[in-house]
Design a protein around this ligand. Structure first.
Ligand SMILES: Nc1nc2c(c(=O)[nH]1)N[C@@H](CN(C=O)c1ccc(C(=O)N[C@@H](CCC(=O)O)C(=O)O)cc1)CN2
Length: 306
């Protein structure tokens, strides 16, 4: 039976549970988790994501601090702000929305964030921890993908996972997380040969290439689980529509389960950001972090059949 993996509903339940944990911290006068979001420039999609992050942080009972800087901001000014936030005791998580304008060097900005407050999990220390299977903050999109996969499949061990895309924020950390789960992992990219044949060997296919509806039904192994990370805006009949990297209509005839776009991985990215903020706060205050928070949020329910 085909399953449309409802990331929107699962993310809402996870945010509710995070909210319960935040109110527990506040009731005991321990701490109110604080999230600082920095937006440079006026990219319309980034503005929406930043607004949603701030709104959902407040809805979960966190403090939200937003900083909007001009597109032309010099790198030094951005680094000064990060340095101030690193020292601010009210701020437990910091993120700089990507992409950044060309005059700002992304890696220098990421490395300026205190690794303990790096709730995006992009700092080399957190990247290294994820790669060696150690503790640390895990990038939100791959973390959300893994949660959706575990909700769908329960045991990932021994499955052949093909990750399409090798970006630092999705493809590479996704591969590390799947290896941790004992998957056999293949990372494919624009230079990979016989891409279609490779995809057809995947029990788990994670598509993060940013190419609208590239992956058709006949690229997919029957019964595979497909996670679509793509968020592509396409023009159709005079309107802008959001589509993934997977052609949902043809893929749903073959796959056992797929995340839709919108309503799949995207909402999980922001829920995981709040989870990382809670985790970073607990760590900074030496408060035990409730590791079972996802199972508490989702209970024993299995994915809804369509
Ligand atoms: N600092 C960061 N920058 C960026 C990240 C990130 O994790 N950290 N990821 C993406 C953008 N992103 C979060 O920032 C993000 C993208 C999409 C969604 C989402 O909920 N998408 C909805 C559709 C929303 C729409 O209409 O556009 C969905 O898929 O249902 C959330 C967060 C790049 N930058």
């Amino acid at each position: 039976m085909f399953v449309r993996i409802d990331g929107k509903a699962l993310a809402a339940r996870l945010r509710e549970e995070i909210g319960r944990q935040v109110s527990r911290l506040r009731q005991h006068d321990l701490v109110t988790p604080g999230l600082a979001v920095i937006l440079v420039g006026e990219d319309p999609a980034s503005q929406v994501y930043v607004r949603n992050k701030a709104t959902q942080a407040r809805e979960a009972g966190m403090s939200s601090f937003e900083y909007r800087l001009a597109d032309s901001v010099p790198q030094t000014k951005l680094l000064d702000l990060i340095e101030r936030l690193n020292r601010d005791p009210e701020v437990h998580g910091i993120l700089v929305q990507l992409p950044l304008p060309p005059q700002v060097e992304e890696s220098g900005v990421i490395q300026a964030i205190d690794p303990g407050k790096d709730i995006d999990g992009f700092h080399p220390i957190n990247v290294g921890q994820v790669a060696i299977g150690g503790p640390g903050l895990v990038p939100c999109t791959p973390l959300g993908c893994l949660m959706l996969l575990k909700h769908q499949l329960v045991d990932l061990s021994g499955q052949h996972a093909v990750v399409l895309g090798r970006s630092n924020i999705v493809g590479k950390p996704m591969a590390s997380l799947l290896l941790r789960e004992d998957c056999t992992v293949t990372v494919a990219h624009s230079r990979t040969r016989q891409l279609e044949d490779l995809c057809r060997q995947a029990d788990i296919l994670v598509a993060a290439v940013g190419r609208p509806q590239l992956i058709k039904g006949d690229w997919i192994k029957p019964g595979a689980t497909v996670i679509d990370v793509g968020i592509n805006r396409v023009e159709a009949e005079g309107r802008t529509r959001l589509v993934g990297d997977v052609d949902f209509a043809t893929a749903s005839d073959v796959a056992a389960a797929i995340t839709p776009v919108p309503g799949g991985v995207g909402p999980m990215t922001i829920a995981c950001l709040l989870l990382n903020t809670l985790q970073a706060t607990c760590h900074q205050y030496d408060i035990p972090f409730p590791d079972d928070i996802v199972s508490r949020a989702w209970g024993d329910t299995t994915a809804e059949p369509t």
